[in-house]
Design a protein around this ligand. Sequence first.
Ligand code: SF4
Length: 351
Amino acid sequence: MAIGTSMTTAWKREQIQALFELPFNDLLFQAQTVHRAHFKPNEVQVSTLLSIKTGACPEDCKYCPQSARYDTGLEKEQLMEVQQVLKQAERAKSTGATRFCMGAAWRDPKDRDMPKLQAMIQGVRELGLETCMTLGMLNGEKAQALAEAGLDYYNHNLDTSPEYYGDIITTRTYADRLNTIENVRSAGMKVCSGGIVGMGEQAKDRVGLLQQLANMEQPPESVPINMLVKVPGTPMADLDDLDPFEFVRTIAVARILMPTSHVRLSAGREAMSDELQALCFFAGANSIFYGEKLLTTDNPEAEADQQLFARLGIVPEQRSVHQQQLEQEATAVDQAHQALAPEPLFYNAAP
Ligand code: SF4
């Protein structure tokens, strides 16, 4: 049994496999039933992702254009300045995002980076946004320091099953990943952890990934399910496409196994048709990511998402009471802001 798993509630592989093998409509019906028992069925949480340090990563994740080992033409950047990050967070908030995720392409954060990271967390919180970071591996001390700065979520994906993992990454182990997640939990932060499908894995590896996530003593609050984006220059550039129905099945099984987690459609969403995304929402996906392009372009992606939400009658999930309190505190400090009016929604489907 892997680190952090529960002896009493463990899902067996055969049970998970059986869910995957249900007739498609039966699986979606079950997933939608579970979804409605725990969430408002027509709400989707919206997060925004900003890369605060891009490229030149020493790790060898075969799917990743940010690895220094692959020539993907990606421009490398230094860690961003705090003020730049806060400016982008304000823009994200104005589009209705409720969580701001900051990602750095590192093996792990170094001591010298910590003060800047802590200032980013504090600044983003003061804007009334939930904070999330993904910075690579974390030891207990760094996890504690980030938690004390107010970090709400830490993202660290398991990527795939323990068995297939060694084919994808050799520079850190599956146990390293589980240890980081344990450190995040012990520091009192929420966990965002999921994986990537379409990496040439077998069906049993999708089962194995979801088993690991669902059997954690406390499953992740956020479970991103990514479809591989095949970036030229990476070793996975020429893999065959995964059957989109298999992707939808993975979302549906994740929903059934982790009924109270937000299941997030993230990487690969741009390449999906509206119909496929709608099917994913029906299967229980209730969170989406806007990429960093949102922050650097005229935002056509956000417009397309707004239109899709409107066509499906979906509304963005409201911030939690805790988030709203944070915002009120920030507002009280700055009397110049007449922030008594409610925050505009990213999209309001009400007629
Ligand atoms: S650790 Fe993260 S940034 Fe680095 S290569 Fe792996 S996925 Fe990419």
